[in-house]
Design a protein around this ligand. Structure first.
Ligand SMILES: [Zn+2]
Length: 255
């Protein structure tokens, strides 16, 4: 529907079908314009749900049970230029592991990501005059999921803003707070723009540090990371930062 929202023309919209990184960044920039207007397109989108509602998305929370293999969200054409967007912010691993005091924040971050991801799918729909609801402009392929994850990241986080930030781990915390996104999404945005390796760690309920995400792909998620935050501070200096409230830590520039 991106053409119908008036932020691009048909030629520009066709170029997004490449589904590569460049297309994801381009689509996100167009969608930010649709949500925020041209003048403030680098600002955080703090009221995403209201923003997408104005574009015709009816967001609702439903138990879809992603923790038992169900979907996390659906995008369902529901009327002229409109979609129903039921979502379930439950983590794939369930709520058991999440620190209770952070549950509402985790729920909010997951909901925001799922809304942005489904908004990205809507790029490949159009409203034809002779039909009562939007239809796909090209067939769905699994590659579209990767495109939508990347596009969602750049809808939520302004790339231009990340470019302005210094190459220090505290910039990841800044992105996380300023754009109201998870630490992992902030770490992914930072790694992509700064072309810098990032290791994201989390503290388990058993007080053990594990890998949550490694930008280099060397360490699998869930791998134990030996040592403690104090020893890493001494060893890695300014390349390491603890985010105590979230029980997470980031290390940039390789372990
Ligand atoms: Zn999807």
């Amino acid at each position: 529907l991106i053409v119908q929202w008036g932020v691009c023309d048909a030629g520009e919209s066709d170029s997004l079908r490449a589904l590569d990184s460049e297309a994801a960044v381009k689509a996100a920039s167009l969608l930010r314009k649709a949500l925020l207007g041209r003048c403030v397109a680098t600002a955080p989108i703090l009221r995403l749900e209201e923003g997408v509602r104005s574009l015709g998305f009816n967001v609702s929370r439903t138990r879809l049970r992603p923790e038992t293999g169900g979907a996390q969200a659906w995008l369902i054409p529901s009327g002229r230029m409109s979609f129903d967007l039921p979502l379930d912010p439950t983590p794939i691993s369930g709520w058991r592991k999440a620190r209770h005091e952070n549950r509402s924040e985790v729920e909010r971050h997951r909901s925001r990501f799922l809304i942005a991801h489904e908004l990205a799918h809507s790029v490949f729909y159009e409203q034809r005059d002779d039909l009562s609801h939007p239809v796909r402009t090209n067939p769905y392929t699994p590659k579209e999921e990767q495109f939508c994850d990347e596009c969602a990241r750049w809808i939520l986080v302004s790339r231009e803003r990340v470019e302005q930030l210094s190459v220090t781990p505290s910039s990841i915390r800044t992105i996380h707070q300023e754009f109201d996104v998870s630490v992992e999404l902030a770490a992914r945005a930072f790694a992509a723009v700064k072309d810098m390796s990032v290791l994201l760690l989390y503290l388990t309920d058993e007080n053990e540090w594990r890998v949550q995400w490694d930008s280099s792909g060397d360490m699998k998620a869930g791998t134990s990371f030996h040592g403690d935050s104090r020893s890493w501070s001494e060893r890695f200096g300014g390349r390491f930062e603890l985010i105590p409230r979230r029980g997470q830590a980031v290390l940039i520039g390789g372990a």
